[in-house]
Design a protein around this ligand. Structure first.
Ligand code: G3P
Length: 231
């Protein structure tokens, strides 16, 4: 499973990338607007931080001609950009054109299986079902994800499923168990994936026991500055 960070915050992206398990970034107009910086410059900076990872960058036009214009412009910025286009008829029309041109498109704001089926047929590179926002309205995001995985497998569609709007680690685990290709998550959720109280308690115990026996253990892990100079 690939992990993407769902943020446009450079510090969060730097932190995540430094851990070596981040495969890309998803942004949207809301996330980019929060950073209050020139759009192109900011996206290029994200590309620079994630290196080989993809950077999902969203259009704001809602008519086919405008979406095509913005998508073609955005893709000239950097080879690792995937263009995000909303799941509306004009977006799907633009997707059909762009897919034939070889442009990688992520169709976003997907909330139903028929929507996911349509975008796979039209050649989307990624489909982004929003799990958390469905849960927020007492619907079941994971049921949608299961349906999409079943449909895509039944027809062997090449569109990769990007589980989005994830709110907690159990969303990530459930998406992984279903075989979703990618999970995109806010930095907070990514950070939660690392944590377990028994890890912290176990480590504290190891270090305490080590400290107690320190004098008998030799200085193999002493800092270099504390060691006697080499002869
Ligand atoms: O970026 C798309 C999606 O992941 C948004 O998530 O948390 O705003 O529902 P959220």
């Amino acid at each position: 499973m690939k992990f993407f960070l769902d943020t446009a915050n450079l510090e969060e992206i730097r932190q995540g990338v430094s851990l070596g398990v981040i495969d890309g970034v998803t942004t949207n107009p809301t996330l980019v607007a929060k950073e209050k910086r020139p759009f192109r410059e900011h996206i290029l900076e994200i590309c620079n931080i994630v290196k080989d990872g993809v950077v999902n960058t969203e259009v704001v036009a809602t008519d086919t001609a405008g979406i095509l214009r913005e998508a073609r412009e955005i893709t000239t910025w950097h080879p690792n950009i995937v263009v995000k286009i909303p799941m509306i008829p004009d977006g799907v029309r633009a997707l059909s054109v762009l897919a034939k041109e070889g442009v990688r498109v992520n169709i976003t704001l997907v909330f139903s299986s028929p929507q996911a089926l349509i975008v796979a047929k039209a050649g989307a590179y990624f489909v982004s079902p929003f799990l958390g926002r469905l849960d927020d309205i007492s619907s079941d995001g994971l049921t949608l994800l299961r349906e999409i995985m079943d449909i895509y497998r039944a027809y062997n569609y090449s569109t990769q499923v990007l589980a989005a709007s994830l709110r907690h680690p159990l969303h990530v685990v459930a998406a992984a168990r279903m075989g979703a290709h990618i999970a995109t998550m806010p930095y907070k959720v990514f950070d939660q994936l690392f944590k377990h109280p028994l890890t912290d308690r176990g480590l504290a115990g190891f270090l305490k026991d080590w400290e107690k026996a320190r004098e008998t253990l030799g200085d193999v892990f002493e800092p270099a500055s504390a060691r006697s100079p080499r002869r």
